[in-house]
Design a protein around this ligand. Structure first.
Ligand code: UDP
Ligand code: MG
Length: 151
């Protein structure tokens, strides 16, 4: 068992397109543990903080406008290698370069509407969890199915 955590967010397009259960189901079925979940319409400031590393990129303004335009579903998922595996499940940034079977490869067509965010490192995951969730909003519990998922 692993306590590694990732911050996974269904972006505004994923919520508007009714893809919430489809996306959550993939993480559940893989065996990951849901530790935090909330729907929130991010302020512009929260969007800018979340994507601060991209602030010099030409698409930064449009990206933050998009992220704060409509509600998102913010989540914490935990389990073995969840950061890297989560990124693999999500696919490439450009959905047209994402393999079929990945979330973006199955559910999206363009980079600016690629339905989901996933942390790219354990360090960034913890930073993003702290940015999006308050103390007490993330649950730490034993998953009763763990012995049937892990050896
Ligand atoms: N993005 C964009 N244009 C680009 C590159 C990225 O609109 O040329 C958006 C895209 O929605 C992406 C997000 O910015 O998901 C964050 O970019 P990053 O490189 O971190 O991609 P990700 O980690 O989401 O695959
Ligand atoms: Mg990224």
């Amino acid at each position: 068992m692993s306590s590694e955590r990732s911050f996974i967010m269904i972006k505004p397009d994923g919520v508007q397109r009714n893809l919430v259960s489809e996306i959550i189901g993939r993480f559940e079925r893989r065996g990951y543990k849901l530790c935090g979940l909330k729907m929130v319409q991010p302020t512009r400031q929260l969007a800018e903080s979340h994507y601060a590393d991209l602030s010099e990129r030409p698409f930064f303004g449009d990206l933050c406008t998009f992220l704060s335009s409509s509600p998102v579903v913010a989540m914490v998922w935990a389990g073995a290698d969840v950061v890297k595996q989560g990124r693999t499940m999500i696919g490439a940034t450009d959905p047209l370069k994402s393999a079929p079977g990945t979330i973006r490869g199955d559910l999206a067509l363009v980079t600016g509407k690629n339905v989901i965010h996933g942390s790219d490192s354990c360090e960034n995951a913890e930073k993003e969890i702290a940015l999006w969730f308050k103390d007490g909003e993330v649950c730490n519990y034993e998953q009763v199915t763990a012995p049937w998922i892990y050896e």
